[in-house]
Design a protein around this ligand. Structure first.
Ligand SMILES: *[C@@H]1O[C@H](CO)[C@@H](O)[C@H](O)[C@H]1NC(C)=O
Ligand SMILES: *[C@@H]1O[C@H](CO)[C@@H](O)[C@H](O)[C@H]1NC(C)=O
Ligand SMILES: *[C@@H]1O[C@H](CO)[C@@H](O)[C@H](O)[C@H]1NC(C)=O
Ligand SMILES: CC(=O)N[C@H]1CO[C@H](CO)[C@@H](O)[C@@H]1O
Length: 743
């Protein structure tokens, strides 16, 4: 994890609302946010929920939808796991028309679709039993295999594998009144694809030119190699495709695909490619024709682990589809640009006014000459790849402990212009909130990680935000999370400014939500440079009286290791430690050496001496702004004292330390953390309490830096043993002193 990252455990704060379904386990798979009806529809295991968006959980409707009779047994008989596979996971949820949603589920490896009546204002909510029909080619058989779908004009466009064995991949169109269409079964079209997203993106005002775009990865076989490589693709088809008349009957006749490139220059002139597409987010423009396409990739290289976000412009994508087709004589040849004559109408072009010629009208793809369809079938791939904006990623993250899986982008209006805030979901259930700042020269960017929000233990899915919220789903449940919590950035103008969060600004008295239309006079914000000297001139820059934070007491045993925690609020801040040793009045800077180490998370004493006792101050410095972040009174218990006062009990490994803080533990946080422990792990709670007790006492014997330990540690930091006023938000205590754990 990058240094100094702000980390917040969301549960228990009032920043989030959680929903686990009525059975306490949701088996979450799909989500549709209905802004018109102010409702959230959630698809889970054998169940569909409809929730009011106010977050209060009132008026929640549950639709129970198990597999069809006999299917569970059939699924079991065919060798699938009855516990995990043989249920109806609702994976497709789309608005269909003004009164109905389209929902499809895996139906215990026997996909089914149905219409759900939701009324004009979401008044009832029931499954229309007469509408239940097969979901084959519409919904995957499997509870978790990747797929993508969208509804366009009453028809479902879906990219998935459509059979029980998962060997029949295709892009399918079904429902509505036209006959169903699909891709031919041909590895040149789709080779073991993993679909990520499907979207309607119109070309212009002529509806006849509307196209559906699919984003996916697939395998490619290079001419000079026996090995498969994975590449990312964008493919498109015309919405008015009707297939061919003699060739390509009921098959797409306008299918084209191109490679999506996202790479950074590497050593020795070889680019590092991010080839595994993980997620796509469309930042829509008003006209709908030129959304910016944000794509999250990861690498699958053995030498290098990382993720990148690249942004593609529709103009560049269209240019590639209008460019040369890729061609090779045989699979053993290299790909080249097709240089022969391309038949008319050019394959991939939709039948419309623009394709019509004075003597030939093409009302439908069925009118296209056979020659066109033969060419289309033989040349599905475009020669040129699509490069991202500025030919480089917007953001690259390497050596993260978790893989980034989901991406949501919010364009935020701030005092100094627009900023894109990226929310990146990790496979560990946390969400990174990152703002990417354009530097003066347009091609360079700076990324600032604002927060890491720990939401769930498992995979997350995020969707966009009305009312400044983000929805995060995991198989356990769904969380509604506020996009910002400005008050956590502190109580000074400079702190608010240094946070660089475009959602927040200093309003004269506090760090609060920035409203672009608000009174300008009182707003202090500088996302781009975060220079508090300019922004907060008349405010106190220095919260520098050393005593502005509460004191914590920490006991350490002589000759043992101990750790003073201090995490700066901003990743850019530098840290200084001061100590005041009684009876001295003076505070000296702590001298570090091989016995006392300064780490990213705090000060580590590898072997505690008696004379180390004193009051330790952790101060941070950033842009000329200093503040005291932590104050810890370190008491050293002499070894003789330990031996006398706390004789070892039989069978008890560690001596008992005095633990004044433990006695102060209020009751409320305990139940609170039990709830969270239930979420994070189902481990034995008594052990957790013991663990926390030890942490509270400041003795850290032999614990490992497991995820669980982190969570426990986070819990241990909750308002325990405090003196004085609270200056730190919850989020900043949730750190594991890893170095200490390692000793
Ligand atoms: C909850 O949030 C509100 C602002 O929405 C704040 O005023 C209040 O203090 C918060 N409560 C807690 C317990 O954090
Ligand atoms: C919406 O679609 C459903 C299913 O085809 C149909 O029964 C219903 O009448 C439609 N509603 C409207 C308002 O068109
Ligand atoms: C700045 O802080 C000092 C000491 O904390 C205080 O005396 C002074 O009044 C403050 N000034 C302003 C403008 O708040
Ligand atoms: C409390 C504690 O961990 N005490 C240990 C301090 O270090 C000595 C020697 O390394 C150990 O014997 C104690 O158990």
């Amino acid at each position: 994890r990058p240094p100094g990252l702000r980390r917040a455990l969301l549960l228990g704060t009032n920043r989030s609302v959680l929903f686990f379904g009525h059975q306490g386990f949701l088996g979450f798979r799909s989500l549709y946010l209905d802004e018109y009806r102010d409702r959230l529809f959630i698809g889970g295991k054998d169940v569909l929920y409809s929730l009011l968006l106010d977050g209060a959980g009132a008026d929640t409707k549950e639709i129970y939808w198990p597999p069809l009779p006999g299917q569970t047994e059939e699924c079991f008989r065919k060798g699938k796991d009855p516990g995990t596979d043989c249920a109806n996971y609702i994976r497709v949820l789309h608005p269909y028309n003004r009164t109905h949603l389209l929902a499809c589920g895996t139906g215990a490896f026997h996909p089914v679709c149905a219409f759900v009546y939701v009324g004009h204002r979401g008044e009832v909510g029931h499954l229309d039993p007469t509408s239940v029909e097969t979901g084959r080619g519409r919904c995957p058989h499997e509870p978790s295999r990747a797929f993508a779908s969208t509804v366009i004009g009453g028809e479902l466009y879906a990219g998935l594998t459509a059979d029980f064995l998962g060997r029949d991949p295709g892009i399918f169109r079904s429902m509505g009144t036209r006959s169903a269409l699909r891709t031919e079964v041909d590895q040149r079209l789709l080779n073991d694809p993993k679909f990520v997203a499907a979207h309607l993106i119109p070309d212009n005002d002529d509806r006849d030119n509307d196209k559906a775009y699919f984003f996916f990865t697939e395998k490619v076989m290079e001419a000079d190699s026996k090995e498969h490589a994975i590449v990312s693709r964008v493919a498109r088809v015309c919405v008015n495709d009707a297939g061919g008349q003699r060739v390509l009957v009921n098959k797409w006749s306008t299918f084209n695909k191109a490679r999506l490139v996202c790479s950074v220059p590497g050593p020795g002139g070889i680019d590092t490619h991010f080839d595994e597409l993980e997620d796509i987010f469309l930042l829509r423009t008003k006209d709908g024709k030129s959304p910016e396409i944000y794509a999250l990739f990861s690498t699958i290289s053995h030498v290098f682990q990382g993720s990148a976000v690249c942004v593609y412009r529709m103009a560049d994508i269209r240019e590639v589809f209008n460019g040369p087709f890729a061609h090779r004589e045989t699979p053993h040849h290299q790909w080249g640009a097709y240089e022969g004559r391309v038949p008319y109408p050019r394959p991939g072009v939709c039948p419309s006014k623009t394709t019509n010629q004075p003597r030939r009208q093409y009302g439908t793809t069925k009118d296209f000459p056979d020659e066109v369809l033969h060419f289309a079938r033989a040349h599905p791939l475009m020669y040129k790849p699509v490069y991202p904006r500025h030919r480089r990623p917007l953001l690259v993250k390497t050596n993260l402990p978790h893989r980034l899986r989901q991406l949501v982008v919010d364009r935020v209006e701030a005092e100094d212009g627009q900023h894109d805030v990226l929310f990146l979901g990790t496979d560990a259930g946390s969400v990174l909130k990152v703002v990417v700042l354009q530097k003066t020269s347009l091609a360079t960017t700076e990324e600032v990680v604002l927060e890491e929000l720990q939401v769930f233990k498992v995979v997350t899915i995020s969707v966009p935000f009305p009312q400044q919220t983000l929805y995060v789903g995991s198989s356990l449940g769904v969380a509604q999370v506020r996009l910002h919590q400005c008050e956590t950035y502190g109580t000074a103008c400079a702190e608010c400014c240094l946070a660089r969060d475009p959602y927040c600004a200093w309003d004269g008295t506090a760090c609060t939500r920035y409203q672009p239309s608000g009174k300008r006079r009182y707003r202090r914000q500088d996302v781009r440079h975060s220079n508090p000297v300019h922004q907060c001139l008349d405010q106190n820059l220095t919260v520098d009286d050393f005593e502005s934070v509460e004191e914590k007491v920490l006991y350490g045993a002589e000759d043992n290791s101990t750790f003073l925690e201090c995490v700066p609020r901003s990743p850019q801040a530098s840290v200084q430690w001061f100590v005041q040793r009684p009876p001295d009045e003076q505070r000296d800077e702590v001298k570090t050496d091989e016995r006392i180490l300064q780490t990213e998370q705090g000060l580590l004493f590898r072997k505690l001496h008696r004379h180390d006792a004193g009051v330790y101050y952790c101060k941070t410095l950033e842009h000329g702004f200093t503040q005291t972040v932590a104050k810890t009174a370190l008491e050293v218990i002499a070894s003789e004292q330990l031996a006398h006062t706390f004789p070892r009990e039989r069978g008890d490994e560690s001596p008992r330390l005095p633990c004044p803080e433990l006695r102060m533990v209020p009751q409320a946080p305990k139940t609170w953390f039990k709830d969270i422990m239930h979420l994070i792990s189902s481990q034995n709670l008594r052990r957790v309490e013991e663990y926390c007790a030890r942490l509270w006492c400041g003795s850290r014997p032999h614990h490992r830096k497991s995820k669980l330990a982190q969570a426990k540690h986070a819990l241990a930091g909750v308002d325990v043993g405090k003196k004085g006023r609270t200056a730190k938000p919850h989020g900043e205590r949730n750190r594991v002193p890893r170095q200490a754990a390692a000793t």
